[in-house]
Design a binder for this molecule. Structure first.
Ligand code: ADP
Ligand code: MG
Length: 255
């Protein structure tokens, strides 16, 4: 049977109503291809639905990446492990597989500025997005400000409930700016809520012994550290800043 124009119009209407945009866009092309290749009806249907699924996955992954708000895309492939011997490559390759997320475990990246902490945290986050996880990247100062604003606008519950829906919370740059008392308390609260529910990847330039200096309250800092480190992998990025290394290498190559 040859499909007439009226049937085609109706078909497109139904596909729209059923929200199958890829089937809608591709059905005529795939129908022709299948006819040429002698593919039967079920094969045709399979081809089309596969296209729809692939496109849905792609869109969902794009949405998750956007929602995560990474400052810049970074992957492990781009990470030069030779330049950072304190970072264990097999350990990172194991982490990006995401088992720590299923186990609600944490990752702490500790080291001086420019040593790749944000890079590695982002790479872990992007891998998690690709695995269908809900991720949100926050600079610690930005999160504290947002929490305080939410509190003033009586939106704190809403923001906190959004945070509890995450699979991975990335807290970047703890310790660069001393926290206000209110900010620190709100941050402690987020960390306490995430405990055993949401994985946290945290980056900091501070050794644990210095956390109290930045966060104030010794008791609360101790409690936060206790929760963060209970089930966690600690990665130390020691050595000189990558940018500095890079600049030196370039200078050497030029001379
Ligand atoms: P940190 O967060 O520790 O201050 P970043 O992750 O922001 O450091 O790194 C600074 C810059 O150097 C970024 O552009 C990052 O991609 C790059 N970088 C750092 N370490 C490496 C590395 N080992 N290989 C490749 N690029 C790196
Ligand atoms: Mg950083």
């Amino acid at each position: 049977m040859k499909t007439d124009t009226k049937s085609t119009v109706l078909l497109k209407h139904h596909l729209k109503a059923l929200r199958l945009p890829t089937v809608l866009a591709e059905c005529e092309k795939v129908a022709k291809q299948c006819a040429d290749d002698n593919v039967d009806h079920l094969g045709f249907l399979l081809n089309l639905l596969e296209l729809e699924l692939i496109e849905r996955d792609r869109k969902a992954s794009e949405r998750r990446l956007k929602a995560a708000r990474f400052p810049a895309p970074k992957t492990l492939d781009e990470f030069d492990f030779a330049a950072r011997p304190s970072v264990n490559k097999p350990q990172l390759l194991d982490l990006v597989r995401g088992d720590y997320l299923t186990k609600r475990e944490n990752v702490l990246l500790v080291g001086p500025s420019g040593t790749g902490k944000t890079h590695l945290a982002t790479a872990l986050g992007m891998a998690a997005c690709a695995q269908g996880k809900r991720v949100r990247f926050w600079r610690v100062t930005e999160l504290m400000t947002t929490l305080r604003e939410a509190e003033q606008e009586r939106q704190l519950l809403r923001l906190r409930s959004q945070l509890t829906k995450l699979d991975l919370l990335i807290l970047d740059e703890l310790g660069y700016v001393p926290a206000s008392k209110a900010g620190a308390e709100l941050l402690f609260d987020v960390i306490a809520t995430a405990y055993e529910r949401t994985s946290v990847v945290l980056t900091t330039n501070l050794g644990f012994e210095h956390w109290t200096e930045v966060l104030g309250n010794e008791r609360l800092t101790g409690a936060a550290l206790d929760r963060l480190t209970h089930r966690c992998t600690i990665i130390e990025t020691t050595g000189e800043s990558y940018r500095l290394q890079d600049a030196k290498r370039r200078r050497k190559a030029a001379s």
